[in-house]
Design a binder for this molecule. Structure first.
Ligand SMILES: C[S@@+](CC[C@H](N)C(=O)[O-])C[C@H]1O[C@@H](n2cnc3c(N)ncnc32)[C@H](O)[C@@H]1O
Length: 192
């Protein structure tokens, strides 16, 4: 057992599939608050399955109904909000606890303030500063979804963010059973 992910209304089935694949590799349990109901859509579910490369069957996500979210957030473990705006502790200085619930936000809206307010910590993957405006997509996840964040600030794809966080937690998590780590990783931990 290490950290868990909560996908908070992540709505691209490609992103969800890729995150399941990464989570499977690093032993991360995935909870999914599926506000966009992609798990109810047979076509989108097939895309999740394709990009999960077997992880959907091996380690299916735990679906969390929106009305069950408060119970999950109040279940005694720490809830960690991920933020792109620098309000979080830098990932390389973040100490994970066993059972931390790391919340990954929607591609357009991130994490709602109401959920953010229930989190005990915030986490940011540092990025180079600078303007990186995003042009409007040719095939947006949600055609009616509106423009992407207009501020042009740096921001990672949610699947990429999940992969970086999963790997970092694997690298530094002292409570993870050591059998999970290979000898090289154990050496990096000892050196660090
Ligand atoms: C495309 S971003 C969301 C952007 C959204 N407009 C916002 O301002 O929150 C989708 C999700 O990816 C994750 N993410 C992306 N870049 C990140 C970073 N540098 N640090 C932490 N999380 C990040 C967060 O979970 C975020 O909610």
């Amino acid at each position: 057992m290490g950290i868990d992910f909560l996908l908070y209304n992540v709505q691209s089935p490609i992103n969800v599939g890729q995150i399941l694949r990464t989570a499977d590799v690093y032993g991360v349990t995935v909870h999914c608050c599926d506000g966009a109901r992609i798990f109810d859509d047979a076509v989108k579910l097939r895309v999740v399955e394709d990009f999960a490369c077997g992880a959907l069957e091996r380690n299916p996500p735990i679906l969390v109904r929106p009305d069950a979210l408060p119970a999950l957030l109040g279940s005694g473990r720490r809830s960690i909000a991920t933020t792109v705006d620098g309000r979080g502790r830098a990932l390389q200085r973040f100490t994970f606890h066993e059972g931390d619930l790391v919340i990954l936000g929607n591609e357009y809206r991130g994490i709602d303030e109401s959920v953010m307010a229930r989190c005990q910590a915030r986490l940011t993957i540092p990025m180079l500063p600078g303007e990186r405006p995003k042009p409007r997509s040719w095939s947006p996840i949600v055609p009616e979804g509106g423009a992407v964040a207009a501020d042009g600030g740096p921001c990672l794809n949610v699947g990429a963010a999940a992969a970086i966080i999963a790997y970092q937690s694997y690298l530094v998590e002292p409570a993870r059973p050591s059998a999970f780590a290979d000898e090289d990783t154990r050496r990096i931990r000892r050196a660090g």
